[in-house]
Design a binder for this molecule. Sequence first.
Ligand SMILES: Nc1nc2c(ncn2[C@@H]2O[C@H](COP(=O)(O)OP(=O)(O)OP(=O)(O)O)[C@@H](O)[C@H]2O)c(=O)[nH]1
Ligand SMILES: [Mg+2]
Length: 227
Amino acid sequence: MKQIHVVESVLKASAAAAGENRRLMDEAGLLAINLMSAPGSGKTTLLETTIPALGPGCPCAVLVGDLQTTRDAERLGPLAVETVQINTGKGCHLTPGQVAEGLRCLDLSRFAFLFIENVGNMVCPAAFDLGEHLRVVLLSVPEGDDKVAKYPTLFQKADAVLLTKVDLLDILDFDISRVRDDLSRLNTRAPFMEISSKRGDGLDRWLTWLKDQRQARSPGQEPTAKS
Ligand SMILES: Nc1nc2c(ncn2[C@@H]2O[C@H](COP(=O)(O)OP(=O)(O)OP(=O)(O)O)[C@@H](O)[C@H]2O)c(=O)[nH]1
Ligand SMILES: [Mg+2]
């Protein structure tokens, strides 16, 4: 009897595509960061602040995943050296194949950073390796302080956790110690940063972390793009 294991072969193809994405990005010496969070946690706003602050010495490309519209790419287009919008249709997360298509639109050697803004969703994106080097998970204050425990998979695999919109802490009931406590049971490796893209809180630490991560991965390698 011949049997085709569809799930197994899909997973193998997905892992192979992620591996090839990583190989291409390693070869180019850029640092690829997969940003994941619920819809509206502040991923695009964080990039709107981060990209200009990194400056011309750290040229950035962005792949933005959304079900529909080019709204995020329109916001980021004037700031990043290159922006590619990936519309997933009904897909609730980016796939490594979609990222591979996005990478083919870019001359990777021009960039220090590739930010991949995943589709807003706290569940599905966590299950898919896209070939990124690091995973950054955002949780915003209005979402509530119980989300780390309720959506553990996303936080378990994070390389950094950003608590965003901390400028709203004064007007919402949000217990940061509850978040820290839940995180300490899931992930002691990821730094926890308190950020407000609007007010500027925590941005220095975030930018330093980004630059340190790139330096650690590609010491001395300079990209060629001018932003
Ligand atoms: N008060 C406050 N609002 C913020 C902050 N960052 C983002 N916002 C607001 O939150 C809303 C959603 O921000 P986006 O950056 O579009 O969120 P997103 O995660 O990219 O959303 P999706 O792409 O739809 O998943 C916007 O109205 C932003 O202005 C912040 O630091 N403080
Ligand atoms: Mg967005």
